[in-house]
Design a binder for this molecule. Structure first.
Ligand code: SAM
Length: 208
């Protein structure tokens, strides 16, 4: 069951409320800070910790084929029903190992981790980064949105710095192309002092 996956604590219990909350924010608004890194041409997108499927559906509507990875059944199953699309492949798998995903041997133009990286502890982050890098195509992009601020009751979250993440990514040949702070798009979270670090990485050397 999904409670055994570290990082998922609290999600199944609150799934109903979280669907209302996450689905009330248009994906384009939620991702304003990283929009320029999202490929305009249809490609292959990996959304890890896909939650309610809001972003997977948005990518699919823009012509991308999407693999949406979500270990919490209470999120993934209703997400599949809410956002049926032949362009979305839903997968029950989890960080840091992503064993089922990696067994498929696919690589991606865009790897998206929105509000999930800070659910991993340091050892798990070290374990996951090489796996993420291997899932990226040469020249591909990874976007990570990392939450900072008060931890909602019942969740497992860590303070994760941009510096640590950029260093881990650098070890795997990923170049930082974006590092900006943004405030929460939800009024309640803004008032509570929640902010985000938006990071972008590209795999491979800069063309000269
Ligand atoms: C804050 S929600 C974000 C959902 C979605 N990305 C969004 O921005 O709306 C975090 C999601 O990550 C999932 N998650 C937690 N731990 C995870 C892990 N170890 N591997 C993959 N997903 C995980 C949770 O089940 C939850 O659906």
């Amino acid at each position: 069951m999904s409670a055994k996956v570290s990082g998922t604590e609290g999600y199944a219990e609150e799934a109903e409320a979280l669907f209302k909350q996450y689905e009330s924010i248009p994906a384009a608004d939620a991702h304003r800070a990283v929009l320029r890194l999202i490929p305009a041409m249809p490609g292959h997108v990996l959304d890890i910790g896909s939650g309610t499927g809001r972003d997977a559906a948005w990518f699919a509507s823009r012509g991308h084929s999407v693999v949406a990875v979500e270990p919490t059944d209470a999120m993934r199953l209703p997400a599949m029903a809410l956002h049926p699309s032949p362009r979305i492949d839903w997968l029950d798998d989890s960080l840091p190992d992503l064993a089922a995903l990696r067994a498929r041997g696919e690589t991606f133009d865009l790897v998206m981790l929105t509000a999930v990286w800070m659910h991993l502890d340091e050892a798990q982050r070290r374990q996951a980064m090489p796996k993420l890098a291997a899932l990226m195509r040469p020249g591909g992009t990874m976007i990570m949105k990392i939450r900072h601020g008060p931890v909602p009751p019942g969740r497992r979250m860590f303070e994760v710095s941009a510096e640590e993440t950029i260093a881990l990514a650098g070890n795997e040949g990923l170049r930082p192309v974006l590092n900006v702070r943004s405030e929460s798009s939800q009024e309640k979270n803004r008032a509570a002092g929640v902010s985000w670090i938006n990071l972008g990485f590209v795999k491979g050397k800069e063309r000269s």
